[in-house]
Ligand binder design. Structure first.
Ligand SMILES: [Fe+2]
Ligand SMILES: [Fe+2]
Length: 315
């Protein structure tokens, strides 16, 4: 009889990882990430000038990355209304970021619960949790600074995530982490160097990009190891849950209340974003590095792949 085990609660898979040399690799990666954290970490409260006034005529998000860009509705909007939409979308994405980070902190805490407290792998996880604490406070401050409301996800997604963050398997958790981190990261890499964008938004995205590169590395390396050693059922579950998360993510990405709040018809706006070729291209480019990686380690197969396609994030 074969016993089913989960990677988070038993030491057996760790023994297998050890035999494959994966634990040594895990420690080496964590040591490098700890080194980098010691050199390049920021305290947003002191690093950024929160008292500086907002700048007249500047965007809160690069226009090409605003959901309605290039749609018939966009063409009818005044420049002022477009900028207003960028202010609300930046707040919506920052709210989504906080939601993700709070979920991620819980996943990381669960991940290390059974691991050696003196390992570099656990020390790095704690470092990352500290990063995410600063990020969530920083995003909240940015929303307030932009005088926009916070945009929570729908009740349903809020509660779906409540279940996910409580019961998800280790590889499932890391796959979802990457989904949350990589697409927003891709957008932020285009935002911080953009001189058309508000200085405070550029500062926030710069800090986030620098610190997030380590998080992506940590999650990728762990997911790669997990997909080698996890039992088959867990690998399969990871493919399906990750595909489902991609589907939910693509719908929840921008809260449709932003359209109402800038005086647009919400239904019409949602329909135009859905039909927009430019938007599809943006989202697929944003997910490109991630889907390439997931394909490489065998996450994009079967039903999971179909879900990814239906999310519109995979061509
Ligand atoms: Fe973050
Ligand atoms: Fe992160």
């Amino acid at each position: 009889m074969t016993t089913v085990t989960t990677a988070t609660t038993v030491t057996e898979p760790d023994a297998l990882r050890d035999a494959l040399g994966l634990l040594k690799d895990r420690e080496q990666v964590a040591e490098r990430l700890l080194d980098s954290s010691a050199k390049h970490s920021f305290d947003p409260d002191t690093e950024l000038d929160w008292d500086a006034p907002l700048e007249e005529g500047k965007w809160f998000w690069p226009p090409e990355l605003v959901s309605l860009y290039d749609t018939p509705l966009w063409k009818k909007m005044s420049e002022e209304q477009r900028m207003e939409l960028s202010r609300h979308e930046a707040a919506s994405l920052a709210s989504l970021g906080i939601w993700f980070e709070i979920i991620l902190m819980q996943l990381l805490v669960r991940h290390i619960y059974d691991k050696s407290v003196t390992s570099a792998h656990v020390r790095y996880a704690l470092t990352e949790i500290a990063d995410e604490c600063r990020h969530s406070k920083m995003f909240a401050r940015m929303i307030q600074k932009g005088e926009a409301p916070a945009y929570p996800v729908s009740r349903l997604n809020h509660n779906l995530a409540r279940v996910l963050k409580t019961v998800s398997t280790t590889p499932g958790s890391f796959a979802c982490t990457l989904l949350g981190e990589e697409i927003l990261d891709w957008m932020q890499r285009l935002t911080f160097p953009d001189e058309r964008v508000q200085t405070i938004v550029r500062g926030v995205t710069r800090i986030h990009v620098v610190e997030e590169a380590r998080h992506v590395r940590y999650a990728r390396e762990e997911l790669r190891r997990q997909m080698v050693t996890a039992p088959r059922w867990e690998q399969e579950l990871t493919r399906v849950s990750c595909g489902e998360a991609a589907r939910v993510f693509s719908i929840a990405f921008v809260n449709p209340q932003v359209y109402t709040n800038v005086g647009l018809d919400r239904r019409e706006a949602v329909a135009q974003v859905k039909a927009s070729g430019h938007r599809r291209e943006v989202m697929q480019s944003g997910a490109g590095r991630l889907t390439e990686f997931l394909d490489d380690i065998g996450v994009l197969r079967g039903v999971g792949r179909k879900l990814w396609k239906s999310s519109g994030l995979l061509a």
